[in-house]
Design a protein around this ligand. Structure first.
Ligand code: F6R
Length: 615
C-alpha cells in the first residue's frame, strides 16, 4: 500500500526521504513524489513521477537543484498505490493546496471527499487531481489561521474515512504535522532530527527510538522531537518503543530477492519464535504476553480466529492444533467477513487475531468487534508496536524479523509455531498430559532443524520448477494438516507467478474441480507419511487417471508414493503437527522458482501490496 516518509533535521531531507521511500518500495506502489521546503526560495518545491523510485530520483536530479547541499532540511515523500484515479503524475502525492503553501502526503481513503470537494469547488478551489487526498490540502489551507497543527486538526474534523498523513507548509519551515486514523504513522526520534513514516523500515537507518501514533492523535514534529495531542487539542503521551530490527535484516544480504532471503531465514525465524518459550521439563510453553492465569485459560470454552490471506491459512492450521491438542472448539473466520456479520461471542470466547503486519484493516476491525462483544482478544503479530499489537494489549510476537517480500513466507512458519505453543499451553490447562506435552515441546524444539532440512531440497525443487513453469493452471491438494497448507501453496504460486492455482481438500477434488484436470494441469499433492496418507494416494491416482502430472511432497524414505507421482520432493519425518512447516517451505520454494523461470517481479508482484490497510 501507499507509503509516507517525512524528515526534519540537519541533513539534506531529499536523501533521507528518497532512501526511506526505497525502503517502502516492497509495500507496492505505482507512482511517487516528494515535497521539500527550499530555504533558499522560501517556498515548497515538488517533484512527482509515475513508476519506480529510480524515475523519481532522475527527475529530482534534474528539477530540484540543490543550492548548497542543505537547502532542503524539511520535506515529505510518498509512494502511491492507486485507489482514486489512475497512477498519473497529477494524482501522485504530495498534493498542494491552492496557494502551494501546504503539502500533504496521505495514506488511507477520505470517504466523504466528493461532498467536501463540491463545497470547496463552490468556494473557488481548483482541483488538479482525481484523488480524495487533494481535498485535505485545500481544507488545511481553508482552516489555516497561523497555526498549522490547529489547521490540520480542523480539517480532519471534517473528514470521514481513514488517514495517515504528513503535512508541511512553507509558513513553518521547521515543522511537520502528522496524524493518523486507521493508517499507521511512526515517528523516529533521532538526535537533532526526526523522521516520520508509515512503516518503521524507513526509520531504523537513523534511529531505533520510535513513537507510534494512536487513532486520532495529531503530532507536531520538529528536529528536536514531538508533541502529541488529540484532535480536540488535549495533550496525550505515547511511549517510546525501542525497535531491535537491524539494517541488515531489511536488506537482501546477497539474495536475489527478499522472498528468497526470507524463505531461507525460516530456521532462524523459528529459533527466535520459540526461544525462551518452551519448558521441556514441564511439557508446556511460556508465553508471557498473553497475560492469562491458568484459571483464566481453563475457563475459555471456545476459540475464534480472525485473519486474512496467509495469516488466515496459518489460523486454519491453528484450528487443528486447538482441537487436537487442547480439545477446544475453534472457528476460523476471514476477518473481513467476521467484522460485518453478527458473530456470536460468548464471555468464555477467546478471539485470536493473526496478522504479520498488525496493520491489516479488516483484522483490526475484527479485533475491535471482538472487544466490543466482550471477548478476550489476543494478537499474534510480527511487527512490534503495530496497531493490533497495541490495541489487543496482550498477545504473542512472532519475532520472525522484518518481512519485506510481498509474499508472506517466514511469518507463516512462525505463526504456526506460535499457534502450536498456544495450543500446548491451553491443552496443558485442560486435557493434555505432562508426558504428551513433553513430546510436543521436544518436537517443536526440532522446528529450526526441520526447516533447514526442507531448504536442502532447493536444487531438486528448482529442476521441478523448470519442468512446470509454463503451466497455466495448477492444483494443490492435501488433507488434515495438509489442507490449509495446500491452500497456502496455491496462494503463493498465484500471487508471484500469476499461474492460476487452486487449493483444495484432496477429497473435494472429485466433487467438481476434477473436471478441469488434463495433461496440462499439474497437481501438487502434500502427502507426508501421516494418518490419511492412503486416502490421499487414492486421490493422486484419480489425478493421474486424468493425465495430470502429480508432484508429491512426501516424507524422506517413504518410497510408496513414488509409484503414484511424476516427481517427488522430500520433507523430513516429523510429528503431524509440525509437518506444515517443512511442507510449506517446499511450496514456497516451488512458487519462487516457477516465478523466477517466468521472469516475474517476485518481490513486487503486480496489483499486490504488502500491508492491506484499506477494506
Ligand atoms: C500473501 C500475503 C497476504 C497477507 C494478508 C494478511 O502472501 O502476504 O495474503 O497474508 O494480506 O496480512 P497480515 O498478516 O499482515 O495481516
Amino acid at each position: 500500500m501507499c507509503g509516507i516518509v517525512g524528515y526534519v533535521g540537519q541533513r539534506n531531507a531529499t536523501g533521507v526521504i528518497v532512501s526511506g521511500l526505497q525502503r517502502l518500495e516492497y509495500r507496492g506502489y505505482d507512482s511517487a513524489g516528494v515535497a521539500l521546503y527550499s530555504s533558499h526560495r522560501k517556498a515548497l518545491v515538488r517533484v512527482r513521477s509515475v513508476g519506480k523510485i529510480a524515475a523519481l530520483v532522475s527527475r529530482i536530479e534534474k528539477d530540484v537543484p540543490d543550492q548548497d547541499g542543505l537547502d532542503y532540511t524539511l520535506g515529505i515523500g510518498h509512494t502511491r498505490w492507486a485507489t482514486h484515479g489512475a497512477p498519473t503524475e497529477a494524482n501522485a502525492h504530495p498534493h498542494f493546496s491552492r496557494s502551494g503553501e501546504f503539502a500533504v502526503a496521505h495514506n488511507g481513503i477520505i470517504e466523504n471527499y466528493v461532498a467536501l470537494k463540491e463545497r470547496l469547488v463552490q468556494k473557488g478551489y481548483v482541483f488538479t487531481s482525481e484523488t480524495d487526498t487533494e481535498v485535505l490540502a485545500h481544507l488545511i489551507e481553508e482552516c489555516y489561521e497561523g497555526d498549522l497543527h490547529r489547521a490540520v486538526a480542523a480539517a480532519l474534523e471534517q473528514v470521514e474515512g481513514t488517514y495517515g498523513i504528513a503535512v508541511i507548509s512553507s509558513r513553518h519551515p521547521g515543522l511537520i504535522v502528522a496524524a493518523r486514523k486507521g493508517s499507521p504513522i511512526a515517528i523516529g526520534v533521532g538526535s537533532g532530527e526526526t523522521i516520520v513514516a508509515s512503516d518503521i523500515s524507513a526509520i531504523i537507518n537513523y534511529t531505533k527510538k520510535v513513537v507510534f501514533l494512536n487513532d486520532e492523535d495529531i503530532a507536531t514534529i520538529t528536529a528536536e522531537g514531538l508533541d502529541i495531542s488529540s484532535l480536540k487539542n488535549v495533550p496525550v503521551s505515547r511511549e517510546l518503543t525501542h525497535i531491535d530490527w537491524s539494517l541488515g535484516q531489511i536488506e537482501k544480504g546477497g539474495f536475489e530477492h527478499f522472498m528468497l532471503k526470507e524463505i531461507h531465514e525460516q530456521p532462524q525465524a523459528l529459533a527466535n519464535a520459540i526461544r525462551g518459550r518452551l519448558l521441556e521439563k514441564d511439557g508446556t510453553t511460556h508465553l508471557g504476553g498473553i497475560r492469562m492465569t491458568s484459571a483464566e485459560i481453563a475457563r475459555i470454552r471456545h476459540i475464534t480466529i480472525a485473519a486474512c490471506g496467509t495469516s488466515y491459512y496459518a489460523g486454519m492450521v491453528g484450528k487443528y492444533f486447538f482441537e487436537d491438542l487442547a480439545g477446544l472448539s475453534t472457528d476460523i473466520e476471514q476477518a473481513a467477513e467476521f467484522r460485518y456479520r453478527n458473530p456470536i461471542i460468548e464471555r468464555d470466547t477467546l478471539l485470536l487475531a493473526i496478522s504479520q503486519s498488525g496493520e491489516t484493516a479488516d483484522t483490526i476491525e475484527a479485533v475491535r468487534e471482538g472487544m466490543r462483544k466482550g471477548a478476550t482478544v489476543l494478537g499474534i503479530c510480527n511487527v512490534v508496536g503495530s496497531t493490533i499489537a497495541r490495541e489487543t494489549e496482550r498477545g504473542v510476537y512472532l519475532h520472525a524479523g522484518p518481512e519485506i517480500g510481498v509474499a508472506s513466507t517466514k511469518a507463516f512458519s512462525a505463526q504456526v509455531a506460535v499457534l502450536a505453543m498456544l495450543a500446548i499451553v491451553f491443552g496443558r490447562a485442560r486435557r493434555l498430559s505432562g508426558s504428551t506435552g513433553r513430546d510436543l515441546v521436544r518436537e517443536l524444539l526440532r522446528a529450526p532443524e526441520v526447516a533447514a532440512a526442507a531448504l536442502e531440497q532447493e536444487p531438486a525443487i528448482k529442476v521441478i520448477a523448470e519442468k512446470y513453469a509454463r503451466a497455466e493452471h495448477m492444483f494443490f491438494l492435501g488433507r488434515g494438516y495438509m489442507y490449509p497448507v495446500a491452500l497456502e501453496g496455491a496462494l503463493k504460486l498465484k500471487e508471484i507467478s500469476y499461474i492460476h492455482a487452486e487449493g483444495y481438500h484432496a477429497a473435494e477434488l472429485k466433487h467438481g474441480p476434477i473436471a478441469l484436470l488434463d495433461e496440462h494441469v499439474p497437481v501438487v499433492v502434500a502427502v507426508p507419511d501421516l494418518h490419511g496418507k492412503s486416502k490421499t494416494i487414492s486421490n493422486m491416482q484419480e489425478c493421474r487417471a486424468r493425465s495430470s502430472p502429480v508432484i508429491a511432497i512426501a516424507t524422506a524414505g517413504d518410497d510408496e508414493v513414488n509409484r503414484y507421482s511424476n516427481d517427488v520432493i522430500r520433507v523430513p519425518r516429523c510429528l503431524d503437527f509440525l509437518t506444515p512447516i517443512p511442507v510449506v517451505i517446499v511450496e514456497q520454494l516451488l512458487a519462487y522458482h516457477i516465478a523466477k523461470c517466468r521472469g516475474c517481479p517476485i518481490d513486487q508482484p503486480r496489483n499486490l501490496a504488502k500491508s492491506v490497510t484499506v477494506e
